[in-house]
Write a protein that binds this ligand. Structure first.
Ligand SMILES: C[S@@+](CC[C@H](N)C(=O)[O-])C[C@H]1O[C@@H](n2cnc3c(N)ncnc32)[C@H](O)[C@@H]1O
Length: 259
């Protein structure tokens, strides 16, 4: 008897990765992380709204703003998930521009495609942030929102974003971070307590334990800035949102030296 492939049944056999990380990247393989996101894709947006206490549209607007795109330009959104940031970028570049969302999870991309079926300036492709399936020097901005902490090699993720940017192009990386301020620590405590609880209620406790563990293990903003500078970005800065619960790093690929 041939058994039909059932992604839900099959993926339930694999627990989510631990979320542990070394100094240089997430300890899980891209395959393990992608399978976990395939499994939770159908509830991802709703869970995100709850986990962020409905702050995430504000965070995404800021990410898009910081990409500083003009109409007719091109952008890539790495680890695009259900495509929310890519949609914001597409609003900026307009129909004469181009936005590509890249992700390893086919289930997340399927939701992104379905929600944007009629947008000619927006396309979604399957691909790994460690080796983007994109030409070099093709984009004016490269964004990654809540994706970097999932990568097995953060520096390589930044190097790939640098490669696909045109000289002078901007990188924007938003990630959950452990805040230092008192209010931030309170918000973080809420995050650490509420997310596992919501995960249990949603029936995916492992995946939401992974979220907290990977956010806890992610390097602090200064170290991320150092990595970005090491791969070649200049003018690297960061800003904290919602008492520092989210950090957005920005940088620029150096313009070509004058001949
Ligand atoms: C927390 S979600 C963020 C999605 C989206 N950027 C957002 O803001 O909602 C992380 C995404 O990273 C993707 N991802 C993880 N590892 C990846 C990799 N190596 N290459 C591309 N995408 C990856 C996952 O499939 C998932 O869609």
């Amino acid at each position: 008897m041939t058994r039909r492939y059932d992604p839900v049944v099959n993926m339930r056999r694999d627990p989510a990765p631990s979320g542990d990380a070394t100094d240089t990247g997430n300890a899980a393989s891209t395959g393990e992380v992608g399978a976990m996101f395939d499994r939770i894709a159908h509830r991802y947006d709703r869970m995100n709204a709850l986990i962020s206490a409905f702050q995430e549209p504000r965070w995404r607007r800021r990410i898009v703003e910081l990409a500083r795109l003009q109409p007719g330009t091109a952008a890539v959104d790495v680890a695009t998930g259900t495509g929310k940031v890519a949609e914001g970028l597409a609003d900026r570049v307009g129909v004469f521009g181009r936005v590509v969302g890249v992700d390893v999870s086919t289930a997340m991309l399927e939701l992104a495609r379905r929600a944007n079926i009629d947008r000619i300036e927006l396309e979604f492709v399957v691909g790994d942030a460690m080796a983007l399936p994109l030409d070099s020097e093709a984009f004016d901005a490269a964004t990654i929102a809540f994706g970097m902490r999932n990568l097995p090699d953060y520096e390589r993720g930044f190097a790939e974003m640098l490669r696909v940017l045109r000289p002078g192009g901007r990188v924007v990386c938003a990630e959950t971070a452990r805040p230092r301020s008192i209010l931030g620590r309170l918000a973080w405590t809420w995050f650490e307590r509420v997310v596992p609880l919501l995960g249990r209620l949603s029936g995916e406790p492992d995946a939401y334990r992974y979220l907290v563990a990977s956010a806890r293990a992610y390097p602090e903003p200064q170290r991320i800035a150092e990595m970005m500078a090491r791969v070649g970005f200049e003018d690297v800065r960061w800003v904290g949102l919602t008492f520092g619960v989210v950090t957005i790093h920005t940088g620029r690929r150096p313009a070509e030296p004058a001949p």
